[in-house]
Design a protein around this ligand. Structure first.
Ligand SMILES: O=C(O)CCC(=O)C(=O)O
Length: 293
């Protein structure tokens, strides 16, 4: 391993995250922001969420904040982000077999409240054996605008991807955990973090708009559908799985990084009685193929 990669491995393992500066130029940020604006303004009927399947809607509006899920379902503009070379190289170093799961964007304006401390996985889903880092979920956050301290920026506790000390989390609602730091940066910067890291979005007090893209990868040994089913949010999988028509436009790396979706294909809803064989995923996978992109 070269010296730079070794230094990065050390830092990622020590902190649970790594910043990469200046990965997108101003023109790319502008183009992505413009596309997000178009997507936020569009209407989505979310047909699969109407039959009682619990999960995220495509656009989620909360106080001061807009979030949109499943980006490649609605546009091809962000396809290139899936296989963004500097990130893919690190994904392959820190994950056994990375696969894209959810993609989303969050736009915050003044008044967006504190997000609440969370982690996507428990610390035992992060390991280092014989110098080899393995995290079973890794989130890649691309800053399309500046993320300053008062911009509701990502906030983490460096090193807490390994922490097994249980704090009374209810007491830390709306305030920093011990050792918390703001992850700040300029438009075009990005951060990769293990989802075992404790993190949140801070309160947004500035009047600037803050917009980030989130591309979250899981290890192929991890079953996202069962994860959501067990959490009672089985509808979320509808934003994870891209139908064949979407993957058909992908390049080889993008197809590799979404390979698991190949096995989520079902008959079109219009064929009536055909149901997927994947148990609890029935209702949403049935409707999944009825969306027109
Ligand atoms: O950037 C932020 O606001 C934090 C977002 C976050 O924690 C999440 O989407 O899981």
């Amino acid at each position: 391993m070269n010296e730079l990669a070794l230094a990065e491995d050390f830092q990622f393992d020590a902190q649970g995250f790594l910043m990469l500066r200046n990965v997108f130029d101003a023109e790319r940020c502008r183009r992505y922001l413009e596309e997000l604006e178009r997507l936020f303004e569009r209407k989505y009927d979310d047909p699969w969420l109407c039959d009682g399947v619990r999960g995220q809607t495509t656009v989620q509006l909360t106080e001061g904040q807009r979030r949109i899920n499943g980006l490649p379902l609605w546009t091809d503009v962000f396809d290139e982000v899936i296989s963004f070379a500097p990130v893919v190289e690190r994904l392959r170093r820190w994950m056994q077999h990375p696969q894209l799961v959810n993609t989303w964007a969050i736009e915050k304006t003044e008044g967006t409240p504190w997000g609440g401390w969370h982690r996507g996985l428990n610390p035992d889903d992060y390991t280092v054996r014989r110098g080899q880092i393995r995290t079973r979920m890794l989130n890649c956050v691309y800053f399309l605008t500046d993320n300053d301290e008062d911009d509701g920026c990502l906030t983490v506790v460096p090193g807490a991807h390994k922490s097994e000390i249980d704090l009374p989390m209810a007491e830390f609602r709306g305030r920093d955990l011990p050792g918390a730091v703001r992850v700040t940066g300029k438009a075009g910067d990005m951060v990769m973090f293990s989802e075992t890291l404790l993190h949140t979005g801070a309160t947004k007090s500035s009047s600037r708009q803050r917009t980030n893209l989130y591309f979250n990868y899981i290890d192929a040994t991890y079953n996202p559908a069962m994860r959501e089913l067990l959490a009672g949010n089985q509808g979320n999988v509808n934003h994870y799985v891209f139908p064949p028509a979407v993957r058909a436009r992908f390049d080889e790396t993008q197809r590799e990084l979404t390979e698991w979706m190949e096995w989520q294909r079902t008959a079109p809803a219009s064929s009536g009685s055909q149901r997927p064989s994947s148990g609890g995923l029935g209702p949403q996978t049935k409707t999944r193929c009825s969306i027109s992109i």
